[in-house]
Ligand binder design. Sequence first.
Ligand SMILES: Nc1ncnc2c1ncn2[C@@H]1O[C@H](COP(=O)(O)OP(=O)(O)OP(=O)(O)O)[C@@H](O)[C@H]1O
Ligand SMILES: C[C@H](N)[C@H](N)CCCCCC(=O)O
Ligand SMILES: [Mg+2]
Length: 225
Amino acid sequence: MSRVYFVTGTDTDVGKTVATCQLLRAFADQGLRAAAMKPVASGCVLRDGALWHGDVAAHAQAANVAAPSALTNPYRFLPAISPHLAAREAGVGIDLDHLVACARQLGEMSDVLLVEGAGGWYAPLGEDSAMADLAMALGAPVLLVVGMRLGCLNHARLSAEAIARSGLPLAGWLANRIDPAMASYADNLATLECVLGTPPLAEIAHSSAAERGSLPASAVITLRP
Ligand SMILES: Nc1ncnc2c1ncn2[C@@H]1O[C@H](COP(=O)(O)OP(=O)(O)OP(=O)(O)O)[C@@H](O)[C@H]1O
Ligand SMILES: C[C@H](N)[C@H](N)CCCCCC(=O)O
Ligand SMILES: [Mg+2]
């Protein structure tokens, strides 16, 4: 059975997918069966008559467990808007129990499962649920991706305090350099270590190949199932 982690971020577009892919490869490098799930994807495009999402494609490329998209990506929508609005527009109800069941099935096929939320911790999932509710339903320790740009200190603290209120452990955080020109980067990193109470599992460099990268084993050694 898998060790499940919920991957959240300080916002949308902060590098959750990049970090998830790098984590998957690091776990695979340790001989683990590493799988990923994108429970709800909005901002899909139509390809060959089917809804396609870059996160799901990137996960499939990085994971070493092949699983059907019905499990890895149960809900997918065209408009690049909040999942709850996209689902409402499509007349679809997001079923939390179904998402948990899909994660459980993926857990049977893997040693570690990374579940990537959409947006940030409180991004709405369905009409009366948020990504946080899915993480709590899974009982999954949380990995927080901090997009290193001005404003991240506030977002990181808000996210960490919200995660703490959920009762789920913060298994670790990753500093993702989405803004290579971020001023006083080292001082911001040091401030985050104080705010979050621990150094990052890893810093992810800014790179056009970031989605195809892999974290060093040292970054995930504490996360091994
Ligand atoms: N370290 C990095 N270096 C260069 N580009 C990056 C890096 N991290 C993220 N990006 C780019 O920033 C954009 C957003 O990254 P990503 O898709 O991983 O964010 P996300 O948090 O998963 O977004 P969503 O909430 O939509 O799932 C992508 O174009 C990605 O290639
Ligand atoms: C479309 C985008 N890339 C994500 N898939 C969804 C982001 C939801 C954000 C919700 C919000 O907090 O405003
Ligand atoms: Mg993503």
